[in-house]
Ligand binder design. Structure first.
Ligand SMILES: CC(C)(COP(=O)(O)OP(=O)(O)OC[C@H]1O[C@@H](n2cnc3c(N)ncnc32)[C@H](O)[C@@H]1OP(=O)(O)O)[C@@H](O)C(=O)NCCC(=O)NCCS
Length: 330
C-alpha cells in the first residue's frame, strides 16, 4: 500500500524541472531541451486546452516528485458533439516507489479529472492498460483487426479515381471544419479535425515534419485529409491521417496515391499505416501495403459514466503518439 504522506496534486509551473528529471530517470533517450519545447507546444499551445484543467497530476513525497500522469488536451466529438477529452501521456513512477499502488492512484486522478469524460491512450504499456481496464477502459486489439500495414517506398502503380484531385495543403480553412462536422456523424468518438487543430498538429509541431494533402471533388469540396508523418531518424514515414468518410473509397485511394508519391519523392524506404476501417483496408492492399501480423499498438479508451466500445472509435496515428512514439515518451 502507498503510505499516506504521498500526495497527489495538480502540476504547477514550478514543478517543471523536477518533473523532467523524473521522466529522464524513467524513460530512455529523453532530450530535456527538446522536451521543454515539445511540452510548450503540446500543452500550452494546444487549441483544445481548457483553462483550469492541469496538464498533469503529480505524486509528491517529502517535497520530491515521485510520479506523474500527463494529460494532453484533446477535443473529441462524442455522439456528434465536440467535447473536451484527455489523452493520457508521460505516465511514470520513480523506480524506488513502484509496486505500491502509486500508479493506480495517479490513474484514478487522471480518470476522475473534472471537466471531461473521455480518456484515451494511444501507445500504452501492459501495466498502463491493466490499470485503465480496472477503471472500465476498452482496448483496441489492432493486431486481431489486422490494422497494421507496411509498404516499401516504391512509386505508386495506381492512379487517381476519376472526379477526385489531391493537392498539398499548407494551411487549413473552414472547409476542414465542415469536413470534421461530417465525419462526426459517422463515428461515436472521433477527434475533431477543425482547422485550428490541424494547424497546430501538423504545421506547428516543433520536431516532426508532416506532409499534408486534401482530396477534393471537381467542384472543390474537401472529401478527405491525408498526412505523411516523417520519421526524424529513419528514411521512413507513417500515415498520420487517411481520413475520409467511411464509404469514400475513391477519396482514400486518391490520398494513398498522393501519400505514396510523396514518400517516393523523398526517397523513403518504408511507410507504415494503422487502418481499422474494413471498407478502407482493401484500398491499402491495392496500393501496395501488406498487413503486418504483429507489433500493432493497443490503444485504450474510456468513457466515464458510460460504455465505450473500441469499434465506436475512429482514430488515426496522428491522434496520439503511435509507431514512432512521437510526441511523448509514454
Ligand atoms: C507503469 C508504472 C507507472 C506503474 O506504476 P506503479 O506505481 O508501479 O503501479 P502500481 O503499483 O499502482 O500498480 C501496478 C499494477 O500494474 C500491474 N502490472 C505491472 N506490470 C504489468 C503487466 N506487464 N501486465 C499487467 N499488469 C501489470 C501490477 O501487477 C500492479 O497491479 P497489482 O497491484 O494488482 O499487482 C511504473 O511501472 C513505471 O513508471 N514504469 C516505467 C514507465 C512506463 O512504462 N510508463 C508507462 C508508459 S505508457
Amino acid at each position: 500500500m502507498t503510505s499516506p504522506q504521498e500526495r497527489i496534486r495538480p502540476f504547477e509551473a514550478r514543478d517543471l524541472d523536477a518533473l523532467l528529471a523524473l521522466r529522464d530517470r524513467c524513460f530512455d533517450g529523453l532530450d530535456l531541451d527538446r522536451e521543454r519545447v515539445r511540452r510548450e507546444w503540446a500543452f500550452d499551445r494546444n487549441p483544445a486546452r481548457v483553462d483550469g484543467v492541469p496538464s498533469a497530476w503529480i505524486a509528491e513525497l517529502d517535497g520530491e516528485i515521485v510520479g506523474t500522469y500527463g494529460m494532453l488536451p484533446a477535443l473529441v466529438a462524442i455522439d456528434g458533439r465536440p467535447t473536451p477529452a484527455i489523452c493520457g501521456v508521460d505516465f511514470c513512477v520513480d523506480e524506488r516507489m513502484r509496486g505500491r499502488g502509486l500508479g493506480r492512484r495517479l490513474t484514478g486522478a487522471m480518470v476522475e479529472t473534472a471537466g471531461s469524460n473521455f480518456r484515451f491512450i494511444t501507445s500504452p504499456t501492459a501495466a498502463t492498460t491493466a490499470l485503465m481496464q480496472e477503471r472500465g477502459a476498452g482496448v483496441v486489439d489492432a493486431a486481431a483487426e489486422g490494422a497494421l500495414f507496411a509498404r516499401p517506398g516504391s512509386p505508386p502503380t495506381e492512379s487517381n479515381p476519376p472526379g477526385i484531385t489531391t493537392r498539398e495543403l499548407s494551411a487549413f480553412g473552414s472547409e476542414c471544419d465542415a469536413f470534421a462536422d461530417r465525419l462526426a456523424q459517422h463515428h461515436r468518438f472521433v477527434t475533431v479535425r477543425h482547422a485550428d487543430y490541424l494547424q497546430w498538429r501538423y504545421r506547428e509541431d516543433p520536431y516532426i515534419a508532416h506532409v499534408t494533402f486534401g482530396a477534393f471533388t471537381t467542384a472543390g469540396n474537401l472529401r478527405g485529409l491525408g498526412v505523411l508523418t516523417l520519421s526524424p531518424t529513419e528514411p521512413q514515414a507513417y500515415l498520420g491521417e487517411l481520413t475520409t468518410e467511411p464509404g469514400d473509397t475513391d477519396a482514400a485511394r486518391a490520398l494513398l496515391v498522393a501519400l505514396t508519391t510523396a514518400a517516393h519523392e523523398r526517397g523513403l524506404e518504408a511507410i507504415f499505416a494503422l487502418e481499422r476501417r474494413p471498407t478502407i483496408q482493401p484500398q491499402l492492399v491495392e496500393c501496395g501495403f501488406q498487413p503486418v501480423p504483429t507489433g500493432a499498438p493497443e490503444p485504450v479508451l474510456l468513457l466515464r459514466d458510460g460504455e465505450a466500445a473500441p469499434s465506436d472509435w475512429f482514430f488515426t496515428p496522428g491522434d496520439g503518439d503511435f509507431l514512432f512514439r512521437i510526441g511523448s515518451a509514454g
